[in-house]
Write a protein that binds this ligand. Sequence first.
Ligand code: CA
Length: 224
Amino acid sequence: MRILLVEDERRVASFIARALREQAYAVDVADTGVRGLELAWDTSYDTILLDLRLPDVDGLAVCRELRRRGVNSPVLMLTARGMVEQRVEGLDAGADDYLTKPFAIAELLARVRALVRRGLQRSDATLRAGDLELDRHRRRAQRGGVNIPLTSKEFALLELLLLRAPEIVPRAEIVEHVWDVHFDSGTNLVEVYINRLRQKIDHHYSVKLIHTVRGAGYRLGREE
Ligand code: CA
């Protein structure tokens, strides 16, 4: 799951980003409305958190522009004041929900979970490859009808491979989507996680689904 946070106040942004990352979301932070629009245009986010007061374009204009460009990720507006007119304006601009600052982080996380679920309902909730099934809504993986327990990072990795299957997913893209943009790509964490997934998904099955494409990345599907 990938979240975009558009917030210019550094302290607030890093606090929210840290809380989301602890819940295993990958988080990109934009400190201007223009940067937020760029990122939202390039990447498909599961939810966008949008501060109303930004140094360049205000949050309402950003939200309108996102919708005009056909970006349909759920948007949660963060507003400094609880004024009714602003809430109405935000919803009119195409936001799905709003939260008034200051807010408890538990409240923010609950809203994000609800929006991510709503976003998934708009898209395919179940991803499949052969007898492998990933239920994004219940966050459950099965192969041949047998439940496979996954950690949140393993789940995120398998989800990405399934979303892109049968295409090759480059290692850099895995790092970016499953961890975050500032992750140190010098480590072999991707290989470690791929191996763990193989142990769970492929080890006991004759048909192997996860394939290494040397020098290119990984792909999921039947052997070619
Ligand atoms: Ca602000």
